[in-house]
Every structure is written in C-alpha cells, then in structure tokens.
Ligand binder design. Structure first.
Ligand SMILES: Nc1nc2c(c(=O)[nH]1)N[C@H]1C(S)=C(S)[C@@H](COP(=O)(O)O)O[C@H]1N2
Ligand SMILES: [Mo]
Length: 314
C-alpha cells in the first residue's frame, strides 16, 4: 500500500495517489522507486530522484552557511523542551511515518494527503535562505522543498479564504518534554498573499537530507522574511479561513509576538533591540551583523505591505 494512513484517518478519505501526482515525470519515478525499493525506502528514493541542481538566484543567499552541526543542535521546538539543545536530544521520539496533512476549511474539497506523495508532488529545490529568529540570532541554511503555492493551488481554496493556518502535530506520548503554559498544538498563520509568495517554502529537508526531527520533520513551512516562529514545524493540518487565525505566540504574549512578525530592524521587541543579530556560522567569536528590512528580501515582499503601518502590524 503506497498511501500511508494517519491514526484516525480512513484510507478511503486520503486523496488517491494518481489524482495527486499529476506531474507524470514525478509520478513515473515515484512508481518506479516504489516498485524497486518498497515503501520503507520510498521517501529516500523520491528524495534522490527529485533533487534539482539549479535554482533561481533570488532564492540563494551567498553568505557563509551555518554548519549542519549547528543548525541541527541549536533549535527552538518547544514540544521537545525549552533549551536550544533539547530538541536534538529529545525529538527522536517523534514518529514521522505514517504521516498525513489534512487540507481543511474553505477549500473546494477537504482532502488528506500522505507525506510521501506530498514530497513527490513537485521537484525539490535546495534554496539557501537567511533564517532570523525573533531572539536576535540568525543562520544561513540550505532548505529543500518547493513553493507552498504549489500545494495551495492543489488544495483549491475558495475565493472567500483570506488566511492560511498551519497546525503542528501534538502527541504528548511522543513529546514527554513539552513545555507547559502554552495553548498547544503549535499554530501559525499567513495571509493568503504571503502564503502564495514564491519565497514561502514547503520544506522537507535541509543540507540535502530529509529534515532531522528537531528541525520539523517531516514537513514545515519557511517564510524567510519573517521571524522564525512563523515557520511551524511538523505540520499535520493546513486550514483555509476568512479570519486571521490564532497563533501560539500571539495567544501567549500578544504585545511581543504579532501576527505579521516581519523582520524589521526599526521595530524593537519590547525586551530587546532588533537592529542587529548574532549570525551563527562557522566562526568561533560572536559575529554581529546588522538586521536587514524584511531580512534582506524587500524586493520580493515589500509590496505586499504597501500602506500598512508596520509598527502597529508588527
Ligand atoms: N511546532 C513548532 N514549530 C516551531 C517552533 C516550535 O516550538 N514548535 N519554534 C519556532 C521558532 S521560535 C523558530 S526560531 C523556528 C526554529 O527553527 P529551527 O530550529 O529549524 O532553526 O521554528 C519555529 N517553529
Ligand atoms: Mo524563534
């Protein structure tokens, strides 16, 4: 069976593989891979078959890349503890197969898609993005995936849908170190135009490998012009709505974490400046760099905010 079942979901409710894999090239390699290596090795095979070598330069930051070692041991993933080193120690308990994503809310038809089909749906691109955390540190990371717009187009949202909500997995058995005091599951959201912006990445991997659990396996979102918390990890549901969705950080401290969360050196966090950031790369000494408006992606995103007061809409 190629379509992997999620816990409570019946296989009859999961979108048939053939309908999902409209791209015949992808489909052919997907089926070939499936026949040759079997389901267990499928994601690895689909991964290798799909790798694209060239990517538009607008998706490629040429600054020094953070080492994979750093990017996979210095994480925020509060379902697995509150310290930066906790997720790399604790997230191995997360089970990432079987895994499905539900497409819900204001869509033509509610659907559930299997992770391996989702991964094979479009060729994966390796894009190098700046990754700026609200806590004033940053990294440069090669993320692997394709534009979220591809999946949104597949989902066929209704014209009334104005926002997209991302809901992360919540499984307390697999998350014994989950932090208390938050309204789990993790939830984030984007306005529809932000979600459709080609920079917004549906991300399955980093450094040419499947995402490590601590980085949000098996699938997460990356919005490189926003603070890192906008990029929900280990997503199980994408919901289309006409109202601004709740987000975990906005619920917990609305004066500190706004819905927009665009990287902006002129708008400080109430407890610290956002003018500079500690770049976590290969150096031994703290490396401070000036923070750029929209994290350096103004050309690609600034027009979405024309006429908006970014101090109010932080
Ligand atoms: N489900 C979930 N997603 C999450 C978080 C989290 O705690 N849980 N932390 C966010 C924050 S604050 C940041 S900065 C990034 C960190 O991603 P990284 O660990 O891959 O650098 O993930 C975001 N996505
Ligand atoms: Mo963050």
């Amino acid at each position: 069976m190629l379509i992997r079942k999620g816990g409570e979901i019946h296989s009859s409710e999961i979108t048939p593989r053939d309908a999902f894999l409209k791209n015949t090239e992808t489909r052919r390699s997907f089926l070939k891979g499936a026949a040759a290596v079997g389901v267990a090795a499928l994601s690895g095979r689909a991964w290798a078959d799909n790798k694209l070598k060239t990517v538009d330069s607008k998706y490629m930051v040429s600054e020094t890349q953070t080492t994979m070692q750093k990017a996979t041991t210095f994480n925020n993933f509060y379902e697995f503890g509150g310290d930066k080193s906790d997720p790399s120690h604790n997230a191995h308990t997360l089970q990432t197969r079987p895994w499905t994503i539900q497409l819900t809310g204001m869509v033509k038809k509610q659907q559930t898609v299997g992770i391996d089909d989702l991964m094979a749906y479009r060729p994966l691109e390796s894009r190098v993005y700046r990754h700026r955390c609200v806590e004033a540190w940053s990294m440069v990371i090669p993320w692997d995936g394709y534009s979220l717009s591809e999946l949104i187009n597949f989902a066929e949202p209704l014209p009334s849908a104005k926002y997209v909500q991302f809901i992360s997995n919540l499984n307390r058995k697999q998350m014994p170190e989950i932090l208390g005091g938050f309204d789990w599951p993790y939830s984030e959201g984007l306005r529809m135009d932000e979600a459709m912006n080609p920079l917004t990445l549906l991300c399955f991997g980093c450094y040419g490998e499947a995402l490590p659990n601590q980085n949000g396996a098996p699938v997460r979102v990356i919005t490189p012009w926003k603070y890192g918390f906008k990029g929900a990890k280990s997503i199980v549901q994408i919901k289309f709505t006409d109202k601004q969705p709740r987000t975990l950080w906005n619920d917990s401290a609305p004066n500190e974490y706004g819905f927009y969360a665009n990287v902006n050196p002129q708008v400080d966090h109430p407890r610290w400046s956002q003018a500079r950031e500690r770049r976590i790369d290969t150096g031994v000494f703290p490396h401070m760099v000036p923070t750029q408006m929209f994290n350096g992606y103004s050309d690609q995103v600034a027009s979405m905010y024309n006429g908006m007061d970014l101090r109010k809409n932080y």
